[in-house]
Design a protein around this ligand. Structure first.
Ligand code: FAD
Length: 359
């Protein structure tokens, strides 16, 4: 590969070059289900890892609005690659937010260069298995550190990760977040799950069998609500909406192309584009700190748009779109992902009510 190109902003022509390269391979990534190593290397080549790092870590410290635009572009090109980047970034944010300076110095340089890969296993603290009587990943104190036992139900790219930012719960309800090395004794990565979409993201369970984690690997806690207030929280939630809007944009682009020869599609594409423009504007305003709506409201609308736009693309593609390998069919499967990924209860409820035709 030629010398690295550092994409400076979403307006940089090099960014569009990167998106075009990712888009060319998106159907192949979907069809093979193979971890998109080449795509991630390409992202490293274009300096994507620097977007998320502050200047003090030699990053480019993109603004939240530019990050949202970056994510929309990447998701429109290849949702799987964009999604993997969000999970990697979530881990990087947790590491950056930690007060454990020695651990930061150990992990961040390799993550910046792309030599190391990190991901998150935190859904057991937020949206997964919350109805279970017992937390699925338990923490207890032991000499010099903590013992973790149980499993993390969803970890994207676990088999490719050196580090997992993973959360566990004590008997008294306090929580712990650690940077778990995947080669620590007792850690095992289950085979990836077969998914409806983003199947190449190598997502599956990670089991921890009485894993002893030394104090030096603690990112935050023990504390109640370890994920809220500081430790990597903030506007990161806008990532999911950015990806949904990016995917919707790709489906609307498809409708636009088809409508060049099919006048009946013109109004459909235009109607969806108006919706996309409004949601995108609200998203960028929220990212810039303008409280134009709540994050949950935005996410529910972004989910709805992704579902409607992808299904409109499929309708326009007709039977050909229903054949495996057509991008309209892929958009539909990928849009379903937003109903279940990192979806807070009010968002899920709003989407279900819309599907049921309720107010
Ligand atoms: C492809 C993919 C990749 C992901 N990657 C990551 C990642 O990298 N890191 C990460 O931390 N998270 C990740 N997640 C997790 C995600 O953000 C959510 O936490 C997850 O989708 C929640 O689904 P669940 O099936 O675990 O939910 P659960 O709430 O555990 O539901 C599972 C089942 O339990 C039953 N159930 C649910 N609620 C109740 C109830 N109230 N009472 C009785 N029964 C109930 C239902 O039968 C349901 O089907 C990923 C998810 C997906 C789909």
């Amino acid at each position: 590969m030629p010398d690295d190109v550092n994409v400076r902003s979403p307006d940089d022509p090099a960014f569009h070059e990167l998106c075009r390269a990712l888009a060319k391979k998106a159907d192949e990534v979907d069809a093979t289900g193979k971890w998109p190593a080449a795509q991630l290397r390409l992202c490293a080549h274009y300096g994507v890892w620097n977007w998320f790092l502050p200047f003090e870590w030699q990053g480019d410290e993109w603004s939240d609005a530019d990050l949202a635009r970056g994510y929309m572009g990447l998701a429109g090109a290849c949702l799987t690659t964009a999604f993997i980047i969000t999970q990697r970034t979530a881990a990087v944010r947790r590491i950056l937010a930690s007060s454990n300076d020695a651990l930061k110095a150990q992990l961040l340089p390799g993550l910046r260069s792309g030599e190391r890969f990190a991901t998150v296993g935190i859904s057991q603290l937020t949206t997964s298995h919350q109805h279970a009587d017992e937390p699925v990943l338990r923490a207890s104190e032991t000499s010099g550190g903590y013992k973790l036992h149980g499993f993390s139900p969803w970890v994207t790219g676990a088999a490719h990760a050196d580090t997992i930012a993973i959360g566990a719960v004590f008997k008294d309800g306090r929580e712990l977040l650690v940077a778990l090395p995947t080669d620590l004794a007792g850690v095992s990565v289950e085979p990836p799950l077969r998914l409806l979409g983003v199947g190449a993201s190598a997502t599956g369970q990670v089991r921890l069998d009485n894993v002893v984690v030394p104090e030096e690997l603690v990112l935050a806690g023990p504390i109640h609500g370890v994920l809220t207030g500081g430790a990597g929280s903030g506007t990161g939630g806008l990532q999911t909406s950015s990806l949904a809007v990016g995917l919707a944009g790709a489906a609307i682009d498809y409708l636009d192309q088809e409508s060049a020869q099919r006048p009946n599609l013109v109004a459909v594409a235009a109607g969806l584009r108006v919706d996309q423009t409004q949601i995108e504007s609200d998203l960028l305003n929220l990212a810039a700190g303008e409280p134009v709506c709540t994050q949950d409201d935005l996410r529910a609308r972004a989910n709805s748009l992704a579902l409607r736009a992808s299904q409109a693309a499929l309708g326009a593609a007709k039977g050909a779109g229903y054949v495996w390998g057509h991008r309209a069919g892929r958009y539909c499967r990928e849009a379903l992902f937003f109903l279940v990924w990192s979806c807070p209860h009010p968002v899920m409820q709003a989407n279900l009510c819309e599907l049921a035709g309720l107010e």
